[in-house]
Design a protein around this ligand. Structure first.
Ligand code: GLU
Length: 521
């Protein structure tokens, strides 16, 4: 055990682990987002802690109707339900930042009082002018930072009574963090990356409180992580550049000893760099947890659920996108993941998403799952396609028989529909060229034989079939394909005698007769 992990476990023992997933409700939930949920969830459960879902909706211009409900539905489907959330409640609510607006101003004012932040009254025109005035070849897009702040209209440059008057008059203003004057190095220990350092000189004076009184993400995330007693904050690597601002806010507001342990999770890579929504459409694989229709454009982005993934397979494949337990094991139940997960084993490099491998996970899970688990999904699928399932016992047997052949849940349609409906069409081209009088005779005899058959099971049906073939000097191999097409309609499905056994005597004979008539015409 390294000193660091030792310290970490000491800390874990002293405090109840509380982690959070803090999405902004701006659209569908990307694979990477669900993996962040999953790692939070596994870590919390591994340590007997709590997993909180906080909705970060302070940027009203990016708010998308329906996105919040969608996030809840995705988490519910994936089996990663939070302990506390706007929906589940909890003692640290409200869990929606837009409902906590009053709280944030207090902290922003405190920072101004302590000299770590300032009021800025610059109008959009003044900001634009600053960008033009300070633009140079080396600095094509100047930021509001320590090099320009003293030339702007803010509480650092205006007289105190003027600032008071502007505030009393209700002049539009924001509150900005005052990044350190000199080069200051901010260092924190990331549970995946180890020590990470930043030079504060490269960071601008970020807005903390906006003109509409809403906090920006930077202020809200720190205040809420503090008030909600978050012990560990795990999020995507794209937030790493914001970390110095957050660390400084922790230092100024609550003290660094209170700060949660950070871990910035590696990117998920697609065929060309960071996996994007566009990759899904381009390469034909899902990128979101569930189908998402953008309410503005009506554009549909496919989800893993609708594509036919089992939630168990989905979380299993996500867990392995950036983590392993140090062995060759790849198939894990949620309980096993909870038992084995550790942040130290998460890789810092990007994890490549491979859709073929994702399907492999799903296939393994379908094979591993009992009919009881698959039944409701398969039943819904078949019902949606207009197939009425009245015989649940038959459905159970069918699922057991065909699951080996199904990679996606949606494959159950092709593999099992014919058990419940007589084929409406036949792959005539596969039969016709070799269909002859001898085969007609064979099937006529087979019907007579099957009508008299006493035991209706795979062995009897197969033996009788072969005997009649032998008597007629026909190769059973040549008869098997037309028989399959009679029962199924096409060249797919499990063993023909298994199918005949399950659909029963009457239906088998009816299908042979109907197909013979079709093949003859
Ligand atoms: N609201 C941020 C997001 O949308 C949360 C980042 C964090 O976890 O700190 O991803």
């Amino acid at each position: 055990m390294t000193l660091y992990t030792e310290l970490l476990s000491l800390q874990l023992m002293s405090k109840k682990v509380r982690v959070r997933f803090a999405p902004s409700p701006t659209g569908g939930l990307h694979l990477g987002g669900v993996r962040t949920v999953l790692y939070n969830y596994l870590f919390a459960k591994h340590h007997g802690g709590e997993f909180i879902l906080r909705i970060e909706d302070t940027d009203q211009s990016r708010y998308v109707t329906g996105a919040e409900d969608y996030i809840f539905n995705c988490l519910q489907w994936a089996g990663l339900e939070p302990d506390e959330s706007p929906l589940h409640g909890g003692q640290y609510g409200p869990y929606r930042q837009s409902e906590r607006k009053a709280t944030y101003r207090r902290y922003a004012e405190q920072l101004v009082k302590d000299g770590h932040a300032y009021y800025a009254f610059d109008t959009p025109e003044e900001l634009e002018k600053m960008r033009l005035d300070f633009k140079t070849e080396q600095n094509p897009s100047p930021q509001y930072d320590r090099s320009v702040r003293l030339q702007m209209r803010n509480s650092l440059t205006l007289a105190a009574d003027e600032v008071k008057k502007l505030l009393d008059d209700g002049t539009r203003h924001v509150i900005r963090i005052k990044m350190p004057e000199a080069h200051e190095t901010v260092t924190f220990t990331d549970m995946i990356r180890g020590d990470v350092s930043f030079d504060t000189a490269v960071v601008d004076d970020k807005v903390l409180l906006k003109a509409d009184g809403m906090p920006t993400y930077h202020l809200a995330v720190v205040v809420d992580d503090h008030l909600m007693k978050i012990t560990h904050a795990f999020r995507g690597e794209e937030w790493l550049p914001s970390a110095p601002v957050h660390v400084l806010l922790w230092k100024y507001l609550f003290g660094l000893e209170q700060m949660p342990q950070w871990a910035h999770l590696p990117l998920i890579l697609g065929p060309n760099g960071k996996l994007s929504k566009r990759d899904g459409a381009k390469y034909g694989f899902p990128v979101f947890a569930m189908n998402w229709t953008d309410p503005k454009t009506n554009e549909l982005t496919e989800g893993f659920k609708e594509k036919g993934f089992l939630p168990e397979a989905f979380i299993n494949l996500l867990a392995l996108l950036g983590w392993n337990d140090g062995t060759e094991q790849e198939i894990f139940t949620k309980e096993e993941l909870v038992a084995k997960f550790s942040m130290e084993r998460v890789h810092s490099g990007g994890a490549k998403f491979d859709y073929e491998k994702a399907k492999w996970f799903n296939h393994e899970w379908i094979k591993k799952s009992g009919a009881g688990i698959l039944e409701s999904g398969v039943k819904t699928l078949l019902t949606e396609k207009g197939i009425d399932i009245t015989d649940d016992a038959l459905l159970t047997k069918v699922i057991e028989l065909v699951k080996e052949r199904c990679t996606l849940l949606t494959d159950f349609y092709e593999q099992s529909a014919f058990f419940f409906t007589t084929p409406a069409q036949y792959d005539i081209a596969a039969v016709k060229p070799k269909w002859n009088a001898a085969k007609q005779l064979f099937f006529a005899e087979l019907i007579r034989n099957y009508e008299l058959a006493t035991g209706w099971n795979v062995t009897t049906l197969e033996n009788n079939f072969k005997e009649i073939a032998a008597v007629n000097e026909l190769k059973p191999g040549e008869l098997m394909l037309p028989f399959r097409i009679m029962l199924v309609g096409g060249k797919f499905g499990p063993g023909v005698f298994d199918i005949a056994t399950l659909i029963g005597k009457e239906e088998t004979i009816a299908r042979i007769s109907k197909a013979v008539a079709a093949f003859n015409s």
